[in-house]
Design a protein around this ligand. Sequence first.
Ligand code: PLP
Length: 587
Amino acid sequence: MRLWKASATEEFDLQEFNAGDYAESVAAKNTAENITMVLYPNDANENGKALRLQQQYLLTSASLQDVIGGWIGRHGNNFTNFAAKNCFQLNDTHPSIAVAELMRLLIDIHNLPWEQAWTITSQTMAYTNHTLLPEALERWPVTLVKQLLPRIMEIIFEINARFLAEVSAHYPGDMERIARMSLIEEGHTQYVRMAYLAIVGSYSVNGVAELHSKLLQQGLFKDFYEFWPHKFNNKTNGVTPRRWLAACNPELSQLITETIGSAWITDLSQLSRLKAYADDPQFKQRWREAKQQAKQKLIDLKRRELNIEFDHDALFDVQVKRIHEYKRQLLNVLHVIHLYDRIKRHDTQNWTKRCVLIGGKAAPGYFMAKRIIKLINNVANVINNDPDVGNKLKLMFLPNYSVSAMEKICPGTDLSEQISTAGKEASGTGNMKFMMNGALTIGTLDGANIEIREEVGEENFFLFGLTEDQVEAMKKHYDPKAIIEQDSDLQRVINLIECGHFNRFEPGIFDPILASLTSPQDPWMTVADFRSYVEAQKRVEHAYQDKDLWTRMSILNCAASGKFSTDRTITEYNNEIWRLTPIKIKD
Ligand SMILES: *Cc1c(COP(=O)(O)O)cnc(C)c1O
């Protein structure tokens, strides 16, 4: 592991200081140190700031120079075996400038001819894509790259010229295809398409769940898949069972280890041995108690942090993840408002008490995400202070969501909300953390949800919503207003928002949310999945009322989570991409 930091070559300019200009005397130092002062947050949104390009270049160049420096120390200027012994896995497009930077280092600094440098580069780079959302794809204006990194821009143009010559040799006269595949997007402003640079410079391109990898091949990177099918593969994400079960959930971990031994900690497939205990009344009793203890810890924590009381028998229904329209926190809120509406209409026979927890950060400039948080808080304020509602329903926005927050949240969760519009969530990893901790999932056929459902069986997963194909097909004739008109429950929910029930002293603040929900252009199709979601939530309530059934399903979810260990993921990266020889670790 290398952590890089930018620092000034000279502390400050004594002459400027003596001339009385303090700010100017430290300007160079500040400019340099700003580069690694703060890291841009990871979010499904690209914001194209020059500082970010400077960060990307500094970090990749430093890493490449470090590796090359080590190589030269051992092999001198002989790069013959460099590609066989080194691999750079590009984690999204953020470090993809490395393709051009490695070329620069090999050609300009180490005097290799272009052809040899390109063979080495394109046999050492491998690229992992993390999103299909077009708004997240990095594109740098050619003018910016020219200004900050003139030599890198020249090299990208040369890579592109040689690449497009190959494409046109393969598809003579197909000018549209050549324009589509160019590393340079033409138009009023020219852009460098960083994902394409990563693909052209890599020997492996992967997505992070089966559906995502398939959609890359059929959609976003179709032309490249047709040209280089052998480059494309899938590596379904995982989460580490050391953090996400052994360390964060001592109650459940102890019970698992007492039952099947401790080998699961380094071989998560062993969890499948828990299946044999899914109908053992004594084991089920202990499982229920362990889940209940974890839940009580979460209740105590939220009482201390937020001064709110949750009922320990209530269904803990949790959606924690970055706030984004595609993740559809809005669909969750519409359901909560629907439950509130049912309570107010006294439609509460066989009621299942529910605590809905929603948490997550929004990018500072993402207006709709911020407004969704505001809606959650306002709806919570009305529901939590209504004596008619009492402990039947609670809604809480959890502020400051983070990894350490998740370590406390996932052990105490009953129901995991994975409700993105089908085709939009590349994989998801929150879904895996919850499953490992014995939560049941309500979810769409999206990202790794599909593989979670395959592993656990459809009877142990609450599926709803349009498929990715159906979402695409519906786009042409999507009419949310007609859907609302035909569903009286949804009509009442929309009416409650429209009439200002949740913003009595803040007129109009939820108009942008209503406009997006009711727009035929809504890419997230929230309204289209409302009815199916409500019906799935009814199946959840039915299952939760049968404690024995719920416990069985909880055990089976944990037992089927073995695939979602990072150990399995990393083994696949190694077997199929890096091809390193693993080192035996002594016990
Ligand atoms: C796991 C995790 C995520 C990813 O969650 P998704 O539901 O897969 O989007 C994001 N943030 C934090 C803090 C996490 O722990």
